[in-house]
Design a binder for this molecule. Structure first.
Ligand SMILES: [Zn+2]
Length: 402
């Protein structure tokens, strides 16, 4: 079965319905989530859950070097015949076309796509799986994105400019997370993942409380999604610092396992089913500033977005709590730490706030959000961040941003 047409969940759940009562509550999640030390050694066993006998494994060139032999061994040990393909680095239409037609010619009996790597590799794998009409398996090698669990890919041009989301009717059939692999990834990526994960609760709460707000898939959030996002924040506050220590010592512990789950599963379900709001709007707007797009991770931009979001909503106490946590794990909490100058860069920050509002994510807020209002909240966030950084010292930030 080959599928080509795009899929729009928003049209299905009725995001255009004027009557909020007519929009259903929808929870979306991967079919199986498997996390532990050494799980990649047992990938072959796990693949048997979905009955795949001819999967293709997608990696970056570096990923194949690191994991090719281990995964090949695991698949062979249970009699699975597989092909391996190298993903060229961009989740673009042309890369999807190249891989899809390559597989149709070379391995027409492909019955599952296994993507091993970072966000873009998993995202491209999801599109290829959708076009081939086969299940998707994600094996993240970093814990910094919501890509492993979601039924959406972020598409880019070949030059790396973000184009927009592409949605799928199926969530990944299996998510296999090997914490022995994740602990070897750069620590700044785990910390950035914490920034992205921390936003989940504040944004899901905003969406839940505003009957006009919609989740990412155009539905209303369930209380399950809200509870998952709240647990995500609680897990971060309780275990974030200890997980950073574990990673510095290269010794996985319970806190590290919990943070990997929070960054990957709780944040993944929470964002997709709970919804986004001002924090992600700010992060999206800030990517228009070249130095931020180039030098900072998504979760780091979401971090300053959280502070702006909370201050926009008048939640100063929570903003202080969030910024203290972020300072402790090493996330940037003010403009200076994002290499911005609050005097010189005001015009580009103001333009970024216009971009944030035009992303339409601020529509989830219970009041009208103008670029001026958002900029005022950003200025307030910067002042708070400077104050917290001075009080707590910026040793953690300095360690990740030498
Ligand atoms: Zn995000």
């Amino acid at each position: 079965m080959v599928k080509q047409a795009s899929f729009f969940p928003q049209a299905i759940y009725g995001t255009t319905t004027q009557d909020p009562e007519g929009v259903p509550r929808v929870l979306i999640a991967p079919h199986r989530y498997i996390q532990g030390q050494g799980t990649l050694d047992h990938l072959g066993q796990y693949i048997s859950i979905i009955g795949s006998e001819r999967p293709v494994v997608l990696f970056s060139a570096g990923g194949e070097k690191r994991f090719g032999e281990q995964i090949g061994h695991s698949l062979k040990s249970v009699g699975i015949r597989y092909t391996m393909e190298i993903f060229k680095g961009e989740c673009s239409e042309s890369e999807v076309k190249r891989l899809t037609s390559l597989l149709k010619n070379k391995a027409p009996d492909t019955d599952a796509v296994i993507a091993v790597g970072g966000g873009k590799c998993m995202d491209v794998g999801k599109v290829v799986a959708f076009h081939l009409g086969v299940p998707m398996v994600t094996c993240p090698t970093i814990a910094s994105t919501d890509a492993p669990c979601s039924a959406v890919s972020v598409m880019y041009s070949d030059e790396g400019v973000q184009i927009g989301p592409e949605f799928f009717p199926n969530s990944p059939a299996l998510v296999v997370v090997d914490t022995r692999v994740i602990i070897k990834a750069p620590i700044r990526q785990l910390v950035a993942g914490m920034g992205d994960a921390l936003a989940t609760y504040y944004e899901a709460r905003t969406c839940f409380q505003n009957p006009r707000a919609r989740s990412v898939i155009g539905a209303r959030p369930t209380i399950a999604a809200l509870a998952i996002s709240e647990l995500c924040a609680k897990t971060l506050f309780e275990n974030g610092m200890s997980a950073v220590d574990a990673m510095l010592r290269q010794e996985p512990n319970e806190a590290f396992e919990q943070i990997v789950e929070a960054n990957t599963l709780l944040s993944g379900i929470g964002f997709e089913s709970g919804g986004l709001a001002a924090a992600h709007a700010v992060a999206a707007g800030l990517t228009e500033i070249p130095v931020l797009h180039r030098d900072f991770f998504h979760g780091e931009l979401v971090g300053i977005g959280i502070l702006t979001h909370l201050l926009l909503e008048g939640k100063a106490e929570e903003a202080t709590e969030a910024s203290e946590f972020m300072a402790g794990v090493g996330l940037p909490i003010h403009a200076g730490q994002l290499s911005l100058d609050m005097k010189k860069d005001v015009p580009s920050i103001k333009k970024a706030m216009e971009g944030a509002v035009s992303s339409s994510l601020t529509e989830a807020e219970p009041f009208e959000v103008s670029p001026e209002k958002l900029f005022a909240a950003f200025v307030e966030a910067d002042l708070l961040g400077v104050k917290i950084a001075q009080a707590s010292g910026d040793a953690a930030y300095g360690r990740l941003h030498p």
